[in-house]
Design a protein. Structure first.
Length: 65
């Protein structure tokens, strides 16, 4: 399971026991939209090749508000 922890500067990720950080600028460049408009599902798709997406996608702007 992949764990994502969002803040206003990026996302802390735990993927297959490895912890790393995705910076805001990297996410914006990869998704090609402003950080607050990126969804948790889009971030998960950066991390995992074929993620099991469940529930409604949530915008980062709503998560960190």
């Amino acid at each position: 399971m992949t764990a994502l922890s969002f803040d206003d500067k990026g996302v802390d990720v735990v993927y297959q026991g490895t912890e790393f950080r995705l910076e805001k600028a990297l996410i914006e460049e990869a998704i090609e939209k402003p950080y607050p408009d990126v969804t948790d599902h889009e971030v998960l798709q950066i991390v995992e090749e074929d993620p099991a997406l469940s529930g409604e996608p949530r915008r980062i702007g709503e998560i960190i508000a």
